[in-house]
Design a protein around this ligand. Structure first.
Ligand code: AMP
Length: 233
């Protein structure tokens, strides 16, 4: 598959992380999750990520300048040359514009933006029952009802303790959804106008969503071929 420079849009709890992890194995390109990047950086006591922590703890967004600097360093690494799956970046219009500039500078394309649409009540149910692996570099995610671990409280993949993320609780969840609607939702229009947005119903089983993403990426590629053929004399 040639469409390997992809980004995911969707509210917290829409399933971006879960789908991106699967897709990374299939496409063999790195999955860049800014949330994971920040949590790993905090564990490693990296100064910019420690600065970001106060914003994450109360459910607001890390300021653009700081977030762009952290993300830029990661995207510039050589493993992103052949492709990437962006999860959680961009989250604001200034971030989307800075991504455009950065991709231009690195001479990399952006093939497709996949938007996972999920109703609010489902997002709240998913976030409040979510259990995450306490080892940030593992990042596995479970749900107490719909996707429990094999052994209670223990990660199936690495054996570390599972915890509820501090920002997956009560008021912080409500704040994150509010921030998403105000600051991130406008990006649906931003990529829609560019003709690279594909909306997928994210309120289904993980496997159904995954199959739909694969089908969407394949049909997106066919469309691009047809566009190229129609302009080639
Ligand atoms: P996530 O794991 O994607 O839900 O991100 C957790 C938290 O990290 C968010 O609530 C924000 O505080 C912060 N964060 C992640 N990505 C970004 C971003 N692109 N811009 C600003 N803040 C971010």
């Amino acid at each position: 598959m040639k469409s390997t420079h992809i980004l995911f849009l969707g509210a917290p709890g829409s399933g971006k992380g879960t789908q991106c992890k699967k897709l990374q194995d299939e496409l063999k390109v790195p999955h860049l999750s800014t949330g994971d990047l920040l949590r790993e950086g905090i564990e490693e006591k990296k100064a910019p990520c420690l600065q970001a922590k106060q914003y994450m703890d109360n459910g607001s967004l890390v300021p653009d300048e700081l977030m762009i600097a952290i993300f830029q360093e990661r995207l510039s690494m050589p493993d992103c040359q052949l492709g990437f799956i962006l999860d959680g970046f961009p989250r604001t219009l200034p971030q989307a514009q800075s991504l455009d500039h950065l991709l231009q500078k690195l001479m990399l394309p952006l093939n497709c933006a996949i938007y996972l649409a999920v109703p609010d009540n489902v997002l709240i149910e998913r976030l409040s029952g979510r259990l995450s692996c306490s080892r940030p570099s593992c990042g596995a995610v479970y749900h107490i009802k719909t996707a429990p671990p094999k052994r209670p409280g223990i990660c199936n993949l690495c054996g570390s303790e599972l915890k509820q993320r501090t920002d997956d609780t009560g008021e912080v969840v409500a704040e994150r959804l509010k921030v998403y609607k105000k600051q991130t939702e406008p990006l649906i229009d931003y990529y829609g106008k560019r003709g690279i947005l594909r909306q997928i119903n994210g309120n289904r089983s993980q496997i159904e969503i995954y199959m739909d993403i694969m089908k969407t990426l394949q049909s997106y590629e066919q469309d691009s071929h047809q566009r190229i053929e129609s302009i080639t004399p």
